[in-house]
Ligand binder design. Structure first.
Ligand code: CA
Ligand code: CA
Ligand code: CA
Ligand code: CA
Length: 315
């Protein structure tokens, strides 16, 4: 019993998080063809450290190398990936930082650490630890009442797929959650499960000025469906893309969904041919073309459809 409890707490707050059930984040080398699944060879994630936590913390990367286990070879492994950590004022606030494309001033803020990995048996199937950092080295965010840090992962050479995960931890050796800590991105680039019975989730946060949203996804390979569920929405199917293409789908936000998270449920295709090693990219924007935050621990918890709220919507 004690063992089970420990295991759950170890699994509780990696990035992606337990409820998201996403096996790996993914970034390809910039010489890969786009039909492998990465649209731009760059992924940005933000970490939120709540103001109540005042001790040093660490950002860990699991399997930062591109070689050995977990990663996707294209010919031979020849990919180099850079990891850059930013803090300071403006690490999150500028528009380019909150965008989805690696253009303009997206590397805003203070560069606190830089590390590049290629094939590296020492860090294959293993953790690399950035830090320690002090929370106040981040950018203060009034609404979320915490300090924000940024990591940018980019494939700067080669054509292979790098799979990895993050962990925000209070301890360099043992993965220990920061209570109230969270992480978010404006776009996810990731690997789907191979098992068609696994359901992954993404939780866009809908603020009170959001009226409609446009969901966009890249290279889904027609791998099943995306189902939208919320406190006010029982189930709605939204579009998925085929091979090497973007598809977009717009839908209205219901009154009861404001200040809650949506649950985008990613259901894989269950009949032949099954899709394996499926790398995909997804983002969601509002009617002002501002991107919604996908928090790994959804704001307000995992949304469950409540009949009473849904019925009110339909009047
Ligand atoms: Ca290669
Ligand atoms: Ca590896
Ligand atoms: Ca890797
Ligand atoms: Ca794909």
């Amino acid at each position: 019993m004690i063992l089970i409890t420990c295991r759950l707490s170890i699994m509780a707050q990696p990035v992606p998080a337990y409820d998201e059930n996403i096996p790996y984040l993914m970034t390809f080398g910039n010489e890969a063809e786009l039909h492998w699944g990465d649209d731009d060879f760059s992924q940005t994630f933000f970490f939120l450290v709540p103001k109540e936590y005042t001790d040093p913390f660490y950002i860990k990367v699991w399997d930062p190398d591109c070689g050995g286990e977990h990663d996707e070879v294209n010919g031979v492994f020849d990919t180099r990936t850079t990891y850059e950590i930013f803090g300071g004022e403006d690490c999150h606030e500028p528009d380019d930082a909150k965008g989805i494309d690696p253009v303009g001033d997206y590397k805003s803020g203070n560069l606190m650490d830089f590390k590049a990995f290629a094939v590296d048996p020492e860090y294959d199937n293993n953790w690399y630890t950035f830090g320690p950092y002090n929370p106040t080295e981040g950018e203060w965010h009034e609404y979320w009442q915490g300090y924000i840090f940024k990591i940018i992962v980019e494939g700067v050479e080669g054509n292979d797929g790098n799979m990895y995960r993050f962990y925000l931890t209070t301890d360099a050796e043992i993965n220990r959650d920061i209570e109230g800590g969270n992480a978010f991105a404006y776009e996810y680039s990731f690997r789907m499960h191979n098992n068609p019975n696994e359901i992954s989730h993404i939780y866009p946060f809908v603020d009170d000025k959001t009226v409609s949203v446009k969901q966009m996804n890249w290279d889904w390979d027609n791998d099943g469906i995306i189902r939208v569920v919320s406190v006010a929405r029982q189930s709605q199917i939204t579009k998925v893309s085929g091979d090497n293409e973007w598809v977009e789908d717009e839908f209205q936000i219901l009154e009861g969904e404001k200040n809650t998270s949506l649950d985008l449920q990613l259901h894989k295709r269950k009949h032949n041919p099954l899709v394996r090693n499926n790398n995909v990219v997804i983002n969601v924007r509002n009617q002002y073309d501002e991107f919604l935050q996908f928090f790994v621990l959804p704001i307000g918890g995992v949304p469950k459809y409540k009949y009473s709220i849904g019925v009110k919507q339909n009047k």
